[in-house]
Design a protein around this ligand. Structure first.
Ligand code: ZN
Length: 477
């Protein structure tokens, strides 16, 4: 899971948010889908089963995928539509397909991952491999990232099966391996080997995006709709080398330093995707003040240089508006008294989706040409076009959020890092990171950390949210 991008709000902004919420609240609330205690019980049981499975590193999602598959078969899903498959023996994925009325329509895919990051057991208050309820909190490795959301999705699918709901089109649940690292990424494997299971109308990825809570109040629901493209380049400066008592002009280290300085100061031109533009527009009232005014102005007119300057002042704002490149590794020299024959640096770029990696590399080459420094690509970038929310999905999310916490804005955003969504966006499938969890920033910070936890009430909210969203997106009966 990656945290929602964007600005954290201050208390002054919250007043404004409440005013906004009150305005939106004037609209009639949609009929609330009935609560279903069985779904909560199912989700809790599967979450306990998932937490007990030590699916870290290269380790073993297969027995867990098999155990979950048995639940779906027992509930009546035909065996052929409950698949445990993947690259290695130890890294299988669970894929469940619920057949819809319209067999010709592209399916809708719901995605979460079953692997988790390692734990430092000694530092935990509880056993990280046992789902533990304590003081109103659920503890365990993966309660947030990503077994909690995975169990909520699985329970929502089981609920459709039990109630014999026939969706309008096929719905696919994929609980995958290898998201957190390891050798076999489940999504990548499915794209390469079983594309018919992932070529969807769109994907709901329950591993990104979430509710945002400030001063105990929900203020926004963030949907991950784009991600920046990762690129590493190597900068190399060369020279004859020699004794440092007889320098002949700048050394490779000097020239490399000059090149890195230019890159560090360089600002790539503004490039707004439809997702970033919508983000600025919807986020502006929450930010408020000078920043909010500038965000709104830039959403209207990306050529507004004054607004661009204001938004670019923070690292977050700057990263939303443009591609960034910054040096991250340095190597050069062998002895204090020798001029090296080469010096090398890694420059890490995060490219705005839609901008070509080649054009960024060409711009870097022009920039460092005066220093005589070579620029080579370390690994080719994987393109990841932004996903634009469709009206159907926008409405489904807004209604579900409103039922859950009231009228807060649903805001698409661009992730600064990359997620599993990249493999799907790369083959043209839109991906939306959606987790119906409303918790504080502090609690979100426990994912990947010690004492990963989530309030019981917030988890039950996630289960309800997920069930309602899946049901809405399933359509007919
Ligand atoms: Zn995750």
């Amino acid at each position: 899971m990656l945290k929602a991008g964007g600005w954290r709000l201050n208390a002054a902004a919250v007043v404004l948010v409440n005013a906004c919420a009150a305005m939106l609240g004037a609209q009639p609330a949609p009929a609330r889908l009935a609560d279903s205690p069985i779904v909560r019980t199912d989700a809790r049981a599967m979450l306990a089963q998932m937490i007990a499975a030590r699916t870290t590193g290269d380790g073993n999602t297969t027995p867990l995928a098999e155990a979950l598959a048995a639940r779906f078969r027992a509930a009546g899903v035909p065996a052929a539509d409950v698949m445990v498959l993947g690259a290695g023996e130890r890294n299988r994925n669970l894929v469940v397909r619920l057949r819809g009325r319209d067999r010709t329509a592209a399916p809708r895919l719901f995605l979460a991952h079953l692997d988790v990051v390692e734990v430092d057991s000694a530092a935990w208050k509880t056993n990280p491999w046992v789902l533990t309820e304590r003081d109103g909190m659920l503890y365990g490795r993966g309660v947030q990232d990503d077994k909690g959301p995975a169990a909520a999705l699985a329970a929502a699918f089981l609920d459709l099966v039990r109630r014999q709901v026939t969706p309008e089109r096929d719905l696919i649940l994929a609980l995958t391996a290898g998201e957190e690292g390891g050798s076999d990424n489940g999504v990548q494997w499915l794209v390469a080997n079983r594309p018919e299971l992932v070529r969807a109308e769109f994907v709901i990825n329950a591993d990104g995006g979430s509710g945002e809570v400030v001063n105990g109040r929900p203020v926004a629901f963030n949907v991950q709709a784009a991600e920046k493209v990762y690129l590493d380049v190597t900068l190399t400066a060369r020279g004859p080398g020699g004794h440092s008592s007889l320098p002949d002009g700048p050394s490779p280290i000097d020239r490399l330093a000059g090149a890195l300085d230019r890159i560090g100061r360089h600002r790539f031109p503004i490039r707004l995707t439809p997702v970033s533009r919508e983000y600025l527009r919807r986020r502006a009232p929450l930010a408020g003040g000078t920043l909010g005014t500038a965000m709104a102005a830039l959403a209207r007119n990306p050529r507004d240089a004054a607004a661009e300057a204001v938004v670019s002042r923070t690292p977050q704002g700057n990263a939303i508006l443009r591609t960034t490149c910054i040096s991250t590794l340095l190597r050069g020299g062998t002895a204090p008294n020798a001029i090296p024959s080469a010096a090398e640096a890694n420059v890490n770029c995060r490219i705005v989706p839609g901008e070509s990696a080649d054009s960024i590399v060409a711009a870097l080459r022009r920039l460092v040409a005066p220093d005589g420094v070579e620029v080579t690509v370390r690994t080719p970038a994987t393109p990841s076009p932004p996903s634009v929310l469709t009206p159907v999905l926008q409405r489904a999310l807004e209604e579900t959020v409103r039922e859950q916490v009231g009228a807060v804005p649903v805001i698409p955003y661009m992730e600064m890092g990359a997620t599993d969504g990249i493999y799907l966006r790369n083959i043209g499938v839109p991906v939306f990171g959606v987790i119906g969890l409303f918790v504080t920033e502090e609690l979100i910070g426990t994912a990947h950390a010690t004492d990963e936890r989530v309030p019981v009430a917030a988890y039950e909210g996630l289960v309800d949210f997920t069930r309602r969203l899946v049901e809405r997106l399933a359509g007919g009966r």
